[in-house]
Design a protein around this ligand. Structure first.
Ligand SMILES: Nc1nc2c(c(=O)[nH]1)N[C@H]1C(S)=C(S)[C@@H](COP(=O)(O)OP(=O)(O)OC[C@H]3O[C@@H](n4cnc5c(=O)[nH]c(N)nc54)[C@H](O)[C@@H]3O)O[C@H]1N2
Ligand SMILES: Nc1nc2c(c(=O)[nH]1)N[C@H]1C(S)=C(S)[C@@H](COP(=O)(O)OP(=O)(O)OC[C@H]3O[C@@H](n4cnc5c(=O)[nH]c(N)nc54)[C@H](O)[C@@H]3O)O[C@H]1N2
Ligand code: SF4
Ligand SMILES: [Mo]
Length: 690
């Protein structure tokens, strides 16, 4: 029998819609739809080839328990008995020694359930998620100025109305390809597109500025310095903190910016003149300036510029951050963060605690406090943390200082991984539970413009794999806390989730599956008849005094290093690569990009192996010698084991957001010796020992 189910893509935060065509309950084809409210029928090759995962031969189809050192298939009864014996005593006696690690690729409903499981199922404060590695600096900066964190404060299509688009460390053509159509529309109407990136990336930029990594805040500050000098400072609304911000940029002359960022003065002046003349200039940050030791302050410096020049909150103007993971936005709203309760409530806010405790029917004193952030949680494994439950993340590859992190994961007494494929993290587990993928479950995701959309189930999980939400409920039962986790249907969980957000900043309580069948909505949607909120950054602001509060970042350049490591993505791979490395349509190989001058000075030859050493590890990768990267910088993508995170620092974190410094660290590079050049063993097919 044939049928078609419309759903959203499993990968990035654009959340393109497409139709799955099924024959006998198996998806056989995927087609984009023009009715997609986000991308209008465009998708990228990752989305187009997403069917590959669903019935991949490596798909996890049975629980696996480590017995005598090897993972072996077991029944669900045996698996849940292990959970009872492993986690039960911790939950009863020392719940804080049990950690939970979640993900921005989980639906809103699973995110909500995971946070609830940690707080009132396990009773632990120690839950955090991979969005800490992704959006935390931009989220922290937006929250501290506006009391609100919605990545884009306008519909994506508004970008077409901008007359200057400044992409700061955002490689849109490779990471969010359908967004390019809106930039193209703006360019066709005369907009200039500027890319600030130490690498020349594909796309539409008419001006490319390649600063030293970690100096973006000086560009923002230098622009504000000139805007003030040129009489362009006219705040978007009454605001606190303006004097300190302006004082902070008083001596940031164009000459100083050009010198410290190491960019041509003429390019900087051209950017400044265009910014001064533009009516709707838009600054969009990606992970480049955000995943830094001072990423939060850097984002604040761009917010300050846009706000003080009166562009913040304009349709298609101002500032926005480009969220990355499929549910990166919703995933940071509903309680899997260490300091958060559903609806973007705060765990350290007495009123918010009372509201959620009453909603869940528990005493508010029983809710734990704020726990460890993601990297701190991983580093505490084997010392303060005895057991960790991981769902939807592969930190053995994606966490900074991955060699150190793998050591910590191995030191755990119990590592329980809920995944769909045998990720490198799953291969370290004591128990692996086979979960569900996008096309196998109902739910909602919230895309990079805050648009809530339905995911629809087309198929059932294979073999003995179960839907993630049912697994989470089973964990609660196994530790004797099933009482609050008995949902007769998924719909009961979904309705509870929507209701739980009522009164929170990210209020979804006006939504239902039926309303979302009619159309999509940008949050907040506080009542049944509410039309959604395309433009949420409007007075009165949620910040104290109803005024935005601007923060004055220190305008200090990072000390120069002989060779700076920066890391990121390539178009043909996704994240830690669990899915994309297995997809024959997405071929790519790891390498290290180096400028010809940098390579020559070190005797490094294109294509030859390079030995790279960072503060917490080392690896060998072939040299990709290219003039598309600035001298003195090495770029390594993080999609493979033995790639970027062997070289990043496990312990350097932004003090405000606890974001690791993925985008700037010291690295040494030299030609590899014969013994170092042996290619890293390719991960073979995964065969659990039987
Ligand atoms: N193909 C693909 N697409 C993806 C993903 C994927 O893994 N693969 N992941 C998704 C996710 S979760 C995310 S978060 C987004 C991320 O999307 P992007 O932010 O676009 O991706 P990155 O490659 O991490 O970083 C962007 C750029 O920052 C530059 N950069 C490095 N250091 C600096 C610096 O100091 N200053 C400046 N200005 N730039 C710098 C890098 O050279 C890089 O080109 O992509 C999403 N889309
Ligand atoms: N050096 C460096 N490191 C980085 C970055 C960087 O730019 N440079 N970027 C960081 C960023 S922005 C991010 S977002 C992180 C991402 O890195 P990770 O947190 O590792 O994210 P993924 O690779 O998407 O991991 C997803 C895992 O969950 C599984 N999975 C996917 N969907 C589901 C689901 O619905 N249910 C279940 N049970 N499992 C599922 C997949 O099979 C995979 O094993 O990496 C960070 N690491
Ligand atoms: S742009 Fe993102 S959401 Fe759209 S098809 Fe590609 S990966 Fe999927
Ligand atoms: Mo991300």
């Amino acid at each position: 029998m044939s049928r078609t189910v419309r759903t959203t893509c499993p990968y990035c935060a654009v959340q393109c819609n497409f139709d799955l065509h099924l024959e006998d309950n198996l998806a056989v084809k995927l087609t984009p739809t023009r009715e997609c409210p986000v991308a209008g029928g465009t998708v990228c090759k990752k989305g187009l080839s997403a069917l590959s995962d669903l019935r991949h031969p490596d798909r996890l189809t049975t629980p696996l328990l480590r017995v005598d050192g090897a993972l072996q298939p077991v029944s669900w009864d045996r698996a849940l008995q292990y959970v009872q014996e492993a986690l039960g005593p911790l939950v009863r006696h020392t719940p804080e020694r049990l950690g939970v690690f979640g993900s921005g690729s989980l639906t809103n409903e699973k995110t909500y359930l995971l946070g609830k499981l940690a707080r009132i199922g396990f009773g632990t404060p120690n839950i955090d998620y991979n969005g800490r590695y992704c959006m935390s600096s931009a989220a922290t900066a937006l929250n501290r100025s506006f009391g609100l964190d919605r990545g884009l404060g306008f519909p994506l299509s508004d970008i077409a109305r901008s007359d200057l688009i400044v992409l700061v460390g955002a490689n849109i053509a490779e990471t969010l390809p359908p967004v390019l159509q809106y930039l193209k529309a703006a360019r066709d109407r005369g907009a200039l597109i500027v890319s600030i990136d130490p690498r020349a990336t594909p796309g539409l930029a008419g001006l490319h500025v390649a600063p030293r990594p970690g100096t973006d805040h000086l560009i923002a500050g230098g622009l504000l310095h000139l805007m003030r000098k040129w009489g362009r400072v006219q705040p978007s609304a009454p605001v606190t903190g303006i004097e300190a911000v302006l004082a902070g940029v008083a001596d940031l002359t164009p000459q100083r910016v050009a010198r410290e960022c190491d960019i041509p003065l003429g390019d900087f002046m051209r950017l400044a003149e265009r910014y001064a003349a533009a009516y709707t200039p838009l600054i969009l940050t990606g992970r480049g300036p955000e995943q830094q030791q001072h990423g939060t302050d850097t984002v604040s410096s761009f917010i300050n510029l846009a706000f003080l020049c009166g562009h913040f909150g304009k349709a298609g103007g101002g500032y926005g951050t480009l969220t990355g993971q499929g549910n990166g936005q919703g995933g940071r709203e509903h309680g899997q963060k260490n300091d958060q309760l559903p609806g973007y409530r705060r765990l350290d806010h007495p009123q918010h605690r009372r509201e959620m405790a009453a909603f869940w029917g528990v005493p508010d004193t029983s809710l734990p406090g704020v726990g460890l952030s993601a990297q701190e949680l991983l580093l505490a494994c084997g010392t303060d943390i005895d057991a960790l439950v991981v769902i939807g993340s592969n930190p053995a590859v994606s966490a900074p200082g991955a060699a150190v992190v793998r050591e910590r994961l191995r030191a755990l007494r119990h590592l329980i991984v809920i995944d769909v494929l045998p990720s490198e993290t799953a291969q370290l587990a004591t128990l692996v539970l086979p979960g569900s993928m996008w096309a196998e479950e109902e739910g909602t995701t919230t895309n990079l413009e805050g648009r809530v959309q339905r995911r629809r189930r087309a198929m059932t999980p294979p073999g003995r794999a179960r839907e993630d939400w049912q697994i989470l409920c089973a964990l609660a039962e196994a530790v004797g806390r099933g009482e609050h986790f008995r949902y007769p249907t998924f719909r009961a969980l979904q309705d509870e989730f929507f209701a739980a957000t009522r009164g929170g900043r990210a209020d979804y309580s006006g939504l239902s599956a039926e309303r979302l069948d009619e159309r999509t909505f940008q949050w907040p949607v506080p009542t049944d008849g509410h039309p959604g909120t395309p433009y949420p950054y409007q007075p009165p602001f949620a910040a104290p005094g109803a005024r935005p509060r601007l923060y004055a970042p220190a305008m200090v350049a990072p000390p120069p290093v002989p060779l700076a490591l920066t890391t990121g993505r390539v178009s043909n791979q996704y994240q830690s690569g669990t899915q994309s490395r297995r997809n024959p349509a997405l071929k790519a190989q790891p390498d290290v990009q180096l400028h010809p001058d940098t390579a020559r000075a070190r005797g490094i030859v294109h294509g030859q192996p390079v030995q790279l050493r960072g503060p917490d590890g080392h690896t060998t990768l072939p040299a990709n010698v290219t003039a598309k990267i600035r001298p003195g910088v090495a770029f390594v993508a993080f999609h493979w084991p033995q790639s970027a995170n062997e070289l990043t620092s496990a312990t350097t974190l932004d003090p405000h957001s606890r974001m690791p410094a993925f985008k700037l660290g010291p690295v040494e590079a030299r030609p590899a010796t014969a013994s170092e050049s042996a290619p890293a063993p390719a991960p073979g097919p995964f065969v659990p020992s039987v």
